[in-house]
Design a protein around this ligand. Structure first.
Ligand SMILES: *[C@@H]1O[C@H](CO)[C@@H](O)[C@H](O)[C@H]1NC(C)=O
Ligand SMILES: *[C@@H]1O[C@H](CO)[C@@H](O)[C@H](O)[C@H]1NC(C)=O
Ligand SMILES: *[C@@H]1O[C@H](CO)[C@@H](O)[C@H](O)[C@H]1NC(C)=O
Ligand SMILES: *[C@@H]1O[C@H](CO)[C@@H](O)[C@H](O)[C@H]1NC(C)=O
Ligand SMILES: *[C@@H]1O[C@H](CO)[C@@H](O)[C@H](O)[C@H]1NC(C)=O
Ligand SMILES: *[C@@H]1O[C@H](CO)[C@@H](O)[C@H](O)[C@H]1NC(C)=O
Length: 441
């Protein structure tokens, strides 16, 4: 009797150990990776969310979008290359019984292959990133068929920020709109609207390259939250050395960059992290964005974001007059999208984010704001109202293809409301930049 109970208990215990925490068959995989989140995991669908109003026709659309999914930058690629040397150690640690990963997860890791271009073509967009933009263009065309059919040279502007990944993103988007050949406006050195942050000297030196900007980030890297996460991962994979911050970040990068959103194909590298671990990294990303591009850098974010939004205002003023373009699209960095949200006072937390305390209910979640291909869309509508056929205009706003409910009336502003918010932006200048910094890819 007694031995049977012991056997039963042992089985239950063993069963639970084996089953809990396998990644390959987990029902609910965590897919939120800060600004390296595939667009597919956070997007809405403009075909469904497009606000149809009786008596109204779209007259013009203005869109600013982040480039599609890209490879890691040079520095991160180097760290990834370093950690890949330990792949065999992670596998042998399982073989000697020092790892709590599941057998299938180890198999998947063993069989995983890294594309040469992943580390060999830093910051260039990958095929998934091309698809993200192509499909965005295609959905927009389906939502606004009349407006976007038969575009002539004077009807459109497609302007990428500096660099190949921006240009490629523009090409993908145009292909999605189902055109073979539309002009991409590029190469004349004027990135003042599509990327005012990129040449803003004072912003670069005072914020981007300033160590104090990352004070809260560093504090978080030394917090119990982060150190506990590192210990959990070390326990799980059972290597005989402790991981540096660069090493564990490289493992995280292998997880998030290798997670294919379009094919919904998880990265086997994610199996070494729990959901709680991934949430820690996500917060680290939020802190970075918050202090470099957002409310933590609001002096620059406000002014530079306004420069782009003033362009939106000018375009719709012209479109309203009958002299505007049908579509204006900019392809840029997450930085500018962050800044635009600050200008519109969106997703602002009452208390600034800090390294000491992770607020679970924070509004600033980079995952949902500036994923790959994250975008901000405004549509100008012309409406005729009976009786008397009087003309009226309104503007509908979308973030990542979801109505931007926080603005005006459920994301739709009257012309007057629009003017009240946007007209003051015409005054924005790059004066605070003091000097022009060199463009870097
Ligand atoms: C491209 O630009 C040129 C010069 O501005 C113009 O003549 C041509 O029609 C444009 N092509 C298309 C497809 O819009
Ligand atoms: C760096 O940031 C701190 C805090 O915002 C500021 O006091 C300091 O002047 C900045 N340093 C530079 C070189 O701009
Ligand atoms: C097993 O893993 C632990 C960390 O969890 C580590 O300290 C130890 O050195 C590992 N043992 C071997 C033989 O690798
Ligand atoms: C860790 O284990 C590997 C074999 O898995 C061995 O080659 C290496 O010397 C060990 N390192 C340390 C610091 O013990
Ligand atoms: C719009 O039209 C009015 C009157 O025709 C004109 O004064 C104004 O300059 C035009 N504005 C734009 C932006 O084209
Ligand atoms: C621009 O600034 C000037 C001077 O500060 C002010 O008089 C004017 O009203 C502003 N224009 C807008 C559109 O806010």
């Amino acid at each position: 009797m007694l031995p049977n109970i012991i056997i039963l208990l042992t089985c239950l215990f063993v069963k639970s150990v084996v089953c809990v925490g396998c990644y390959w068959n987990a029902d609910c995989k965590y897919k939120y990776f800060s600004s390296k989140t595939p667009y597919e995991f956070v997007r809405g669908d403009i075909r469904d969310t497009f606000v149809k109003q009786k008596g109204c026709d779209p007259l013009s659309v203005w869109i600013i979008t982040r480039h599609g999914k890209r490879n890691p930058g040079v520095k991160y690629a180097r760290h990834i290359e370093d950690i890949l040397q330990y792949k065999d150690n992670i596998i042998s640690s399982f073989e000697i019984g020092n790892s709590s990963l599941c057998a299938q997860d180890i198999d998947n890791l063993r069989n995983s292959k890294i594309d040469k271009s992943f580390l060999g073509e830093p910051i260039q967009i990958v095929s998934e990133g091309y698809q993200e933009l192509l499909r965005l263009g295609s959905r927009l065309k389906e939502a606004l068929p009349e407006l976007l059919n038969g575009l002539q040279a004077e009807n459109y502007l497609f302007r990428p920020a500096y660099g190949r990944r921006m240009y490629d993103s523009a090409r993908a988007f145009i292909e999605g709109l189902n055109y073979d050949k539309l002009n991409i406006t590029d190469g004349d050195d004027d990135y003042s609207i599509v990327a005012p942050h990129a040449t803003c000297g004072a912003y670069k030196s005072e914020v981007v390259q300033n160590q104090s900007t990352y004070h809260e980030v560093l504090e978080y890297l030394n917090s119990k939250d982060f150190i506990d996460m590192k210990n959990r991962v070390e326990q799980r994979i059972g290597l005989n050395f402790t991981l540096t911050d660069n090493q564990i970040t490289a493992l995280y990068d292998l997880c998030r960059y290798q997670f294919d959103g379009i094919r919904d194909k998880p990265s086997p590298w994610c199996s070494i992290f729990s959901t709680a671990d991934l949430e820690v990294f996500e917060y680290l990303g939020d802190l970075n964005h918050y202090y470099r591009n957002s409310y933590g850098a609001s002096k620059y974010a406000k002014e530079l974001g306004q420069i782009s939004l003033a362009d939106l205002y000018r375009n719709f003023l012209e479109a309203r007059n009958g002299t505007g373009k049908r579509i204006v699209s900019y392809f840029t960095h997450a930085t500018l999208l962050d800044m635009i949200l600050v200008v519109l006072n969106l997703y602002k937390d009452t208390n600034p984010l800090t390294g000491a305390h992770r607020d679970w209910n924070r509004k600033w979640r980079s995952t949902f704001l500036t994923s790959f291909a994250g975008n901000f869309i405004a549509v100008l509508n012309r409406c005729t109202t009976d009786p008397g056929n009087t003309l009226d205009f309104n503007i509908a706003f979308y973030l990542n293809e979801k109505p931007l409910l926080e603005l005006c009336n459920g994301g739709v502003c009257s012309w007057q409301e629009f003017e009240d918010i946007f007209k003051p932006f015409l005054n924005a200048t790059t004066d605070i930049c003091m000097f022009k910094s060199e463009l870097v890819d």
